[in-house]
Design a protein around this ligand. Structure first.
Ligand code: UD1
Length: 417
């Protein structure tokens, strides 16, 4: 099993270049199922979840060629309607194949998904919404079995904002007869990116980026070329890396307007930075202060930044209350941060962080993707060596995180034990 060894060594200083967004590239890849013509995706991050999704598409019979950050997908030869359990188990986003398979093939068999252990994370919204489009869906032996001779547009309200739920439905509705309206839709930049690809493929969609999305079904979709948006969570993670080390970091090829609320909160905590249309330059600071946050669907403070923010607040002066409103079990990193010396009290959905704490390096366990990132951040300022185990979680979603940090002056080594 690979481990990361980090030697805390003071402020970062340098540049990092942001990769494409994993959470945008994943639905873009499954959108390729919808067309018999080839789609080329550019700026795709080189992370494990993308490799898993490419394997899933190949096993459906599709031709997938990965060449650096460019992925060519030909959905012409698709021949299977079922996905392998171990692929779906490895990655919850495999559920994103359900809507497109149903729309293009009229049939889909997919295991109930796994992924990060950050709560029960059901897929009931996906299933209920696809049923409203006319699909017949049964759950048997841990499998979702779905079929539909034809999908029909419908007016659908999500009880809770769901990112992949919105994406699944949006994709299925592109080939449904008539108009689908998605109410209480997710408004994340990744939704807009997927809608842009689908439009380039001939879909008729408007309202993406708002809470009501309209999809007017078409007969078929054609090929396209699309460049995936930069990863806003990777961007935010580097802002945190600069903040926790009081470093100076220029973060390039990002879209700062995709993380406005997060940047606003970092500024409130005392972080200074300059922002351009495609870069953020974090400036050295002389101390951060406590600042409460609550996670919310976009445009609120992202739950995917909560763990990293918590690591930064261990070094801020005062008491920070962090409220997690999206997932019920997303404080696993707190236990490991406490083992490094952080003062954190968990009470249900809230974490009270009192800082600044002197962190000391030790062996810690990565439990999910963003939790792993928070441990890396803590390791950058801990006294001595931090050894992070189970870093496969990190590799699922961060494109060469250790290499990029090393270029900015961090001391990190990847090795196997
Ligand atoms: C996506 C992101 C993930 C991010 C999350 C919230 C991808 C691949 N993953 O996950 O990184 O943390 O959005 O921003 O884009 N829910 C249900 N039933 C459902 C679906 C969701 O109850 O059928 C609940 C979830 O348990 C959670 C909430 O709705 O409490 C939001 O989850 P959702 O937006 O669906 O998360 P994902 O799309 O899985």
């Amino acid at each position: 099993m690979p481990i990361l060894t980090i030697e805390g060594n003071g402020p970062l200083d340098g540049n990092v270049v942001i990769s494409g967004a994993k959470n945008a590239a994943l639905p873009c890849l499954t959108a390729c199922i919808l067309s018999a013509e080839p789609v080329t995706l550019l700026n795709v991050p080189q992370v494990e979840d993308i490799k898993t999704m490419c394997t899933l598409l190949r096993e459906l019979g599709m031709v997938v060629e990965e060449d650096g950050d460019r992925v060519y997908v030909d959905g012409g030869p698709i021949s299977s309607h079922s996905t392998r359990y171990d692929l779906v188990k490895a990655m919850r986003a495999s559920i994103l194949a359900l809507g497109p398979m149903l729309a293009r093939l009229g049939r889909a068999e997919i295991s109930l998904p796994g992924g990060c252990a950050i709560g029960s994370r059901p897929v009931d919204f996906h299933i209920a919404a696809l049923k409203k489009l006319g699909a017949e869906i049964t759950l048997e032996h841990g499998n979702i079995e779905a079929s539909a001779t034809k999908l029909y547009g419908a007016d659908i309200y999500f009880d809770k904002v769901s990112v992949t739920g919105t994406e699944n439905l949006m994709m299925a509705a592109t080939l449904a007869a008539g108009t689908t309206i998605i109410r209480n839709a997710a408004q994340e930049p990744e939704i807009i990116d997927l809608a842009s690809l689908l439009r380039a493929m001939g879909a008729k969609i408007d309202g993406d980026g708002t809470s009501t999305i309209n999809i007017h079904g078409v007969e078929s979709l054609h090929g396209a070329t699309h460049s995936v948006i930069p990863d806003r969570i990777e961007t935010g993670t580097y802002v945190c890396a600069a903040a926790i080390t009081a470093g100076h970091l220029r973060i390039e090829r990002c879209l700062p307007n995709h993380l406005s609320r997060f940047l606003e909160q970092m500024h409130r905590a005392g972080l200074e930075f300059e922002v351009g249309s495609d870069f953020i330059e974090v400036l050295p600071h002389k101390g951060l202060s406590a600042n409460d946050v609550q996670t919310q669907p976009h445009p609120g403070f992202p739950t995917d930044m909560q763990a990293q923010y918590m690591a930064v607040m261990t070094q801020a002066e005062g008491r920070t209350l962090i409220t997690e409103s999206i997932f019920e079990n997303r404080f696993m990193h707190a236990v490991e941060l406490k083992r490094m010396g952080a003062d954190i009290r968990i009470d249900g959905h809230t974490a009270l962080v009192t800082g600044p704490s002197l962190l000391s390096g030790t062996d810690v366990q990565a439990t999910d993707l963003r939790a792993s990132a928070s441990l890396v951040l803590a390791g950058l300022v801990a006294d001595g060596q931090t050894i992070i185990h189970d870093i496969q979680h990190l590799s699922r979603g961060y494109d060469r995180l250790d290499e990029k940090l090393v270029l900015a002056g961090a001391r990190i080594e990847r090795s196997a034990i």
